[in-house]
Each structure stands twice: as C-alpha cells, then as structure tokens.
Design a protein around this ligand. Structure first.
Ligand SMILES: [Zn+2]
Length: 200
C-alpha cells in the first residue's frame, strides 16, 4: 500500500516530468504550445487518478508518453526544417531572378549571404538557436581588443583597423564585416559548424 507521503513524492515527480516536457515542447512548437498545455494538464490529471489506483500502471503510462512525446518532438523539428528549406528555395529563386537584371546590388548581396547561411546551417545539423547564441559570444574573447580596436584577422594588419562594437566587427582597411562566428572561423580555422559549436 502506498503511503500518502510516497504518493505526494511520486506525484510531484510526474508533475516535474510533465513540466520538463512542456519546456521542450514550448521551444519546438511555437503556436501550438497553448493546445499542448491543455493536453498536458489533462494528461497530468489522468495520471494522478491512475496513480492513486495502481503505481506500476502509471509508470508504464509514463514510458508510453515519453515515447509519444519524443516522436511528437521529432515531428515538430522536421516540420521546422521543412520551413527553412522552403525559405531557402524562395531566396534562391529570387536570387536567380535578380541575377538576370540590373540594380539592387544590396539585395543581391544580402540574399547571397542569407542563402549561404541557410545552406550551411541545413547541411551542418545545427539549430537557429545555436547560431543566435554563437552570435552573442564576446569578440574580446576571440581576439585582443583595445579601446574598441583590434588587429584585423582578415588581412595582414599592422595597426589596429578592426573596429568592434555591439558584438560585430568592421575593418576600416579591408572593409570586412564580421560576426563572432566569422571571426572564430578565421582565427581558429574552424568550419562554420565547428565555430558555432565552439561558441556555444
Ligand atoms: Zn581587415
């Protein structure tokens, strides 16, 4: 027979576990989080009821739920991947269209950069969240910065011409614009993927 104390302990455990699942889902799901929240609440109440009757059954149920949730999470991730792939196709098509006409050099440049970034990101298996985090890495930890200036990592710099501000670098000599990821790739000789991983 389960004592009330034990019951509370295990009920809390179930609750914590569901809260964790909810956290993971929250990230993976976006808009659907709301629906999921209600579903999880229902699950939780059901589990609580079942638990009071028979503990092993509840544990079996939890195992089942973990499996279902993992599959669901994978589905959400693959749906996101598909969206990114679609985005890439649209950008590539736009770039192809623009390459045949004059003007809008700015847009072409931006698109080329975006297409490159998305392609790299798709082939590397790293997430947007990892890239965002990597971009926040302090440049000062990668190169020596003195009063906002550093020796440019992208050309043979004798006097510091690489200006560092707001997490980005710009070279007044070679005009290179660089994020912490670009700098990390340059100074450490890392690939895009390894740089992002390193900066996380
Ligand atoms: Zn430079």
């Amino acid at each position: 027979m389960t004592t009330p104390k034990e019951l509370i302990k295990h009920t809390d455990h179930v609750h914590c576990w569901l809260a964790n699942v909810y956290d993971i889902y929250g990230d993976a799901m976006g808009d659907e989080t709301e629906t999921l929240s209600c579903e999880l609440d229902d699950m939780y109440h059901q589990l609580e009821k079942q638990y009071k009757l028979e503990r092993p059954e509840v544990f079996a149920k939890i195992q089942e739920l973990i499996k279902e949730n993992e599959e669901f999470k994978k589905e959400c991730q693959s749906r996101r991947e598909k969206e990114v792939e679609e985005d890439l196709k649209i950008k590539e098509a736009r770039l192809e269209y623009l390459s045949g006409i004059w003007g809008s050099v700015e847009e072409k440049r931006r698109l080329i950069k975006e297409v490159e970034t998305i392609s790299k990101r798709l082939s590397s298996g790293i997430t947007d969240e990892m890239i965002d985090k990597a971009k926040l890495y302090p440049i000062e930890k990668l190169i020596e910065v003195n009063k906002g200036f550093a020796l440019c990592p992208f050309h043979d710099d004798k006097n510091p011409s690489f200006y560092v501000k707001n997490g980005y670098g710009y070279c007044f000599s070679c005009n290179k614009n660089a994020s912490p990821i670009d700098i990390c790739m340059e100074v450490k000789g890392y690939s895009f993927k390894d740089a992002v991983k390193f900066l996380n």
